[in-house]
Design a protein around this ligand. Structure first.
Ligand SMILES: [Zn+2]
Length: 58
């Protein structure tokens, strides 16, 4: 339950949960501090899109 894997860095951690997916504290901090056109931000947005906004049937 608390042993979630961050969808961005794929590490176990704690942070914010969006629709059951974890974004760890360090990735959250990183994305807040990074530039909006940085590679990390693009990557982050893509991961969100893939993991959260795409409805995957199980
Ligand atoms: Zn992370």
């Amino acid at each position: 339950m608390s042993n979630k894997i961050c969808i961005i860095c794929k590490k176990h951690g704690y942070g914010i949960i969006i629709k059951g997916k974890l974004i760890c504290k360090s990735c959250e901090t990183k994305v807040i501090e990074c530039d909006l056109d940085s590679e990390f931000y693009k990557f982050y947005k893509n991961r969100l899109k893939e993991e959260i906004y795409t409805r995957k049937s199980v």
